[in-house]
Design a protein around this ligand. Structure first.
Ligand SMILES: [Zn+2]
Length: 438
C-alpha cells in the first residue's frame, strides 16, 4: 500500500469533489481510501508514504477519441495544393499518410503521442487506428507501446472500404481478433469504423455480424456535412440511420463529432444511450462547423470529450469546449457547467464501461490512475469553483507525478519507463523516412 499525502485533492467524484488537504491510499492498482494524511498514516502503519509537498492530486485524465497514428505528421509538408475542404484534408493528408505507415512508423508515432499524453496528465486514451498497408497485428503493436509508456488504452482499427474490399476485411478481422484477445486490466477494445461515407452496406453488415455481444463501435459520425451527403448518395441512408438499422447504436457506441447529425435524429442518439464524443479543437481546425453542445445535452444526448489527435491536453480541449459553446450560443453563460461535466463526469463514466473497474475518478474501488500538478491556488478554491481553477490555473500548471494502475509512470513530468529524448530522436529518423514516402 502507498499513501499519497499532504495537499489538496480534486476527485471528479460528485459525492466529494474536493478535499482541501488530504491523502489517498492505494494498493494493487486500486484506490482504497481517502482521508486526512494523519488518519491514513495512523491506520495503515506499514504503508509507504509519499509526501506531495502541497501539490494538487487529481485523477489521470481520459481522452475518448484520438489517433496516435498521426503524431509523425507534425511539421510535414503536403505535396499537393493546400486542402480547401474536409474531404481534401483526408485525401491530401491523413489517407495519404496512413497508407505509408509500416510497423516502425506505427510504433514511433504511438510512442510520441503516448509520451505527449502522459506529460499532459492523460492516463487513458481511446485510440482510433488506421494503417491500411499493415493491418494484421497493428493493435498489438499499439498495445506494446502503451505497455512501454505505462498508460491505459482502449484500441480499435478503423474499418473502411476506401482501400478496397480486402483491406476492409482485414480491418474487420483485426477488430474481431483484438476484441476477443485476453487482456490485462489496462486494455479495453472497441470495434472501429472510419465513417459512414467510406463504409458500404456489405461491409457494415459484416461488421454487425462480427461484433461480439456487449462490444461497441467507435466511429466518426457526421463530422463534416459531406458524410451525411455521401452516405445518402452512395449507401442510401444517413450515418445515424445506417448504424441504427444494424443495431450498432447503444451504450458502448462512441460516435465521434456528430456535428452534422440533424436534430430529427437526436432522439435516436439519446434513446440508444450512445455517446457523442465532442472534439472542439479538431472541428475548428478542420473548419467543419461546431457541435450545438448545449442543445444536444438539452435533448438528453450523452456527450463526452476527445481530442481527435489535435492536442495532447484534455484540459485545453475542456477550455475550448466551453468557449466554443459560448460562441455558438452567443451567450456568455453557455458552456461553463457542460464543459466541466464532459471532462469530469461523462469521460470517466463512459471510459469505465470499457475496463474491469471504474477509471477517471479518485474514489474507493476506482483504478489508481492519478496525477499530481504543481498548482498552488492563488485564490480560494472549493468544490463550488473547481471549473474556474481548472480552466484558468490547473490547465497551465506542470504535471509532476503520473500513476497508472498504482505504478509510477512519470516523475517530475518526465516518463519513468522510457527515455523521452531517445524515443523522440528515433521518431525523428522514422519521420524522415515516412515523409520521404508520403
Ligand atoms: Zn477522429
Amino acid at each position: 500500500m502507498e499513501i499519497l499525502g499532504n495537499g489538496p485533492i480534486l476527485t471528479f467524484d460528485p459525492d466529494r469533489p474536493f478535499i482541501e488537504d488530504g491523502a489517498v491510499a492505494h494498493e494493487d492498482g486500486v484506490i482504497v481510501e481517502l482521508g486526512s494524511t494523519a488518519d491514513l498514516r495512523t491506520k495503515h502503519v506499514g504503508a509507504t508514504y509519499r509526501d506531495r509537498e502541497g501539490y494538487l492530486l487529481m485523477p489521470g485524465l481520459v481522452n475518448l477519441h484520438t489517433h496516435l497514428y498521426g503524431s509523425l505528421a507534425r511539421g510535414m509538408a503536403l505535396k499537393d495544393p493546400p486542402p480547401g475542404n474536409f474531404l481534401e484534408i483526408l485525401e491530401r493528408l491523413w489517407w495519404r499518410l496512413d497508407r505509408k505507415l509500416d510497423a516502425e512508423a506505427i510504433r514511433a508515432s504511438a510512442m510520441v503521442g503516448l509520451i505527449d499524453a502522459l506529460m499532459a496528465g492523460c492516463t487513458t486514451l481511446f485510440d482510433h487506428h488506421a494503417s491500411p498497408a499493415a493491418i494484421p497485428g497493428s493493435l498489438d503493436l499499439l498495445e506494446e507501446c502503451f505497455e512501454k509508456v505505462g498508460l491505459r488504452g482502449c484500441l480499435c482499427y478503423e474499418v473502411s472500404d476506401r482501400d478496397g474490399e480486402e483491406r476492409a476485411l482485414e480491418g474487420i478481422r483485426e477488430n474481431a481478433r483484438y476484441l476477443t484477445k485476453a487482456r490485462s486490466e489496462r486494455f479495453g477494445a472497441a470495434f472501429g469504423l472510419h465513417a459512414s461515407f467510406t463504409v458500404g452496406n456489405a461491409t457494415l453488415d459484416a461488421v454487425a455480424g462480427a461484433l461480439p455481444a456487449g462490444a461497441g463501435v467507435h466511429v466518426h459520425v457526421a463530422e463534416d456535412a459531406s458524410d451525411a451527403r455521401l452516405s445518402a448518395i452512395r449507401h442510401g441512408g444517413t450515418p445515424v440511420a445506417r448504424l441504427a438499422e444494424r443495431k450498432l447504436l447503444g451504450p458502448n457506441a462512441l460516435l465521434a463529432h456528430a456535428v452534422h447529425v440533424p436534430d430529427s435524429e437526436w432522439g435516436e442518439l439519446s434513446s440508444s444511450h450512445s455517446t457523442v464524443v465532442h472534439n472542439p479543437c479538431s472541428n475548428m481546425n478542420n473548419a467543419v462547423g461546431a457541435l450545438k453542445l448545449e442543445k444536444l445535452l438539452g435533448a438528453g444526448v450523452r456527450v463526452a470529450l476527445g481530442t481527435d489527435g489535435y492536442t495532447a491536453s484534455m484540459l485545453d480541449e475542456h477550455a475550448v469546449a466551453g468557449i466554443l459553446a459560448r460562441h455558438v450560443s452567443v451567450h456568455p453563460g453557455a458552456g461553463w457547467a457542460s464543459a466541466l461535466e464532459l471532462l469530469t463526469g461523462a469521460n470517466p463514466a463512459v471510459a469505465s464501461r470499457f475496463f474491469p473497474r471504474p477509471v477517471g475518478r479518485i474514489a474507493p474501488g476506482c483504478a489508481a490512475d492519478m496525477i499530481t500538478v504543481r498548482y498552488f491556488p492563488p485564490t480560494p478554491m472549493s468544490a463550488a469553483n473547481l471549473g474556474g481553477h481548472l480552466l484558468f490555473g490547473i490547465a497551465r500548471a506542470p504535471v509532476d507525478l503520473v500513476i497508472v494502475a498504482g505504478d509510477l509512470v512519470a516523475r517530475g513530468g518526465e516518463p519513468t519507463r522510457v527515455d523521452r529524448r531517445e524515443v523522440f530522436a528515433q521518431a525523428r529518423d522514422t519521420a524522415r523516412k515516412l515523409w520521404a514516402r508520403f
